[in-house]
Design a protein around this ligand. Structure first.
Ligand SMILES: C[S@@+](CC[C@H](N)C(=O)[O-])C[C@H]1O[C@@H](n2cnc3c(N)ncnc32)[C@H](O)[C@@H]1O
Length: 419
């Protein structure tokens, strides 16, 4: 195993879910000390750690992981702004899409919408409010189930829905088979990824996390956790699992020597588990990513990014447990995982086209005549929708839909017409 310096800082290329004017330019917080100690101890015991394991601890450690500890997360005052957080118009539009799935299923009296990574409940509130505003009969049939690794977020979500008079549509997560839809917006990008690069002989090398100079300080000693950036470094070695080369081989991808890439092995298992209870209906995924041939180009390089207070950078070894870590999603891998579970692709589109086909513009126009709207709230809605449609912001996000047991001729609003 050879050592190389820690993750290089790459210039950020485009905006995604960041709202530039909200970046306070403040220094990044210190890493969570106990989390750093835990990672150091694990590396000392087991040797260099896969980046997937590092990310699992950084995001999901039960005590100090960025997500599980309920650290700030999404929102205007948080670390990044997702489309549903931007304005409920996003959820209103998704409600139109879900209504067409419900119609395609012949309007079952119970229609479960299970949202994974439901966060603060912005999408849940938007969808339910959208159905209420349009007087949709689906509102009586919908059973909204929110899933999130952060229990505190689920409590806040329940309060949010209750405050909007929508609480009765929320029901506890239930793994029973049911007709409905499984949703996830900006979830797959947070799944732990392995970092790899092409080797000079055409094979694959994995980028492991190892101890850097500062790790010679005893874990837990003053200063050991504070400057975590100097504590961790990247080391190259043979891949930890044959699944990494197998994934790229199956996609016909060959990395150039030194070309970095991220591979999410966990997505296969997630798709299988998440859709297992879906009796009939849809899996709808919205996230940033590309099909493998576009994702794994030398020009694109690594898509690993860290988010803190709307600042985006590429160093995972700072603010550990206090910043979000993400990587672009390999859409080819997601599609293969879905079809492997027997789901049928219903279409792939961009978020901008999806919202446009759902007539999100018409929803905005309706706000102009809504007595509850003010000029300011209208202007805010308009600029939020612009961001959702802007390909430099979230408009280029991918929308992937898969079906199970839907009639062949189903026409689902928002998706490109299938032949
Ligand atoms: C980027 S936020 C997106 C929140 C929400 N979907 C939205 O669009 O506003 C990711 C959310 O997923 C949750 N999360 C992350 N990994 C998860 C997992 N494996 N299962 C369930 N929830 C997860 C996090 O706690 C967080 O609330």
């Amino acid at each position: 195993m050879t050592s190389s310096p820690g993750s290089p800082r790459r210039p950020f290329v485009f905006g995604l879910r960041r709202v530039e004017e909200l970046d306070p330019g403040a220094p990044l917080p210190e890493s969570h000390p106990r989390l750093v100690d835990r990672i150091v101890a694990e590396i000392r015991t087991n040797g260099p750690m896969t980046f997937a394991r590092f990310m699992e601890l950084a995001l999901y450690d039960p005590e100090a992981g960025y997500y599980t500890s309920g650290a700030t997360g999404p929102g205007r005052h948080g670390d990044f702004l997702t489309a549903p957080e931007g304005h409920p118009i996003f959820g209103w539009a998704v409600a139109r899409h879900l209504e067409s799935v419900w119609f395609a299923l012949d309007t079952p009296s119970h229609f479960v919408v299970r949202e994974h990574g439901a966060g603060s409940g912005a999408l849940a509130a938007g969808i339910l409010d959208g159905l209420r505003r349009s007087g949709s009969p689906l509102l009586d049939a919908i059973r909204y189930q929110a899933v999130d690794v952060a229990p505190a977020r689920l409590d806040a979500l329940a309060e949010r829905l209750a405050a909007q008079g929508l609480g009765r549509h929320l029901e506890p997560f239930d793994a029973m088979a049911a007709p409905g839809a499984i949703l996830a917006n900006e979830l797959l990008d947070a799944m732990p990824i392995h970092r790899v690069e092409g080797a000079p002989d055409g094979a694959l090398l994995e980028r492991f996390v190892t101890l850097g100079g500062a790790a010679s300080l005893a874990a837990g000693s003053p200063g050991a956790a504070g400057d975590a950036g100097a504590q961790f470094a990247t080391a190259l070695g043979p891949p930890s699992t044959p699944a990494l080369a197998a994934r790229l081989d199956s996609e016909g991808i060959r990395l150039e020597p030194g070309q970095p890439a991220e591979i999410c092995v966990a997505v296969d298992d997630w798709v299988a588990r998440a859709t297992q209870p879906l009796e009939r209906g849809e899996l709808l995924l919205i996230d940033y990513g590309y099909p493998a041939p576009e994702l794994y180009t030398a020009a694109r390089g690594s898509t690993l990014r860290a988010y803190h207070r709307h600042r985006v950078h590429a160093d995972p070894f700072v603010a550990i447990g206090r910043q979000d870590l993400t990587a672009h999603v390999d859409l080819t891998a997601v599609e293969r995982a879905a079809t492997a579970t027997g789901l049928k692709p219903l279409g792939r589109t961009t978020q901008a086209r999806f919202l446009d086909d759902l007539d999100a513009g018409e929803l905005l126009v309706a706000l102009q005549t809504d007595p509850a709207s003010t000029l300011q709230s209208y202007v805010e809605a308009r600029s939020a929708l612009m961001r959702m449609l802007d390909p430099r912001a979230t408009g280029a996000f991918a929308v992937l839909a898969f079906g199970r047991g839907l009639p062949a001729a189903s026409r689902l609003r928002g998706l490109p017409a299938s032949d």
